[in-house]
Design a protein around this ligand. Sequence first.
Ligand code: ZN
Length: 179
Amino acid sequence: MTCKLCNNPADQDNSHIIPFSLIKSMVTPDEKKRTEKDVTFDLTSTGAVQFYFGRELIGDKIEELLGREMTEKEIEQNDNPFTIDNLICTTCEKKLGRLESLYAKSIVPKVSQLNGGASSSLELDETDSLLLKAFFYSIVWRLGESKYNNYILHESILSKLSTILKNVLSLDEIEIVAN
Ligand SMILES: [Zn+2]
């Protein structure tokens, strides 16, 4: 498999389809715990509540949350639904991480101010709004490219999004802003 953003081998495992910073409060029992300790509950499927426990989550905690031990079958099927293997390469994963950290640094504080009631409207300058666009494009692209939850995007849209990402992404945050 080759990386969907460049032609290197797609060697990145556990690549987050939806950036971890966006979902962590929904999926982790404790802010400080990282991916391997994720707990997620999927309430969207009818009939059954699906769950995922990160690999490092200890047995006691699982029992406490579930009210029982996991069965062998459940352990086998315990794949993290928010991550994907072999979609992109480690370099592109790092580049997406840089974009995510720019978003966290420049946009999140402004949105928090809005939510905290400190200001009643939010106006982003050109750089911030382009950054926000690129960040959302990167999520939509990942959802479409991985067909997450049967989310299908037309081939032409996927290719437009990946072209934009290829032009914007960089390992250097200053370069991302310049792009
Ligand atoms: Zn790549």
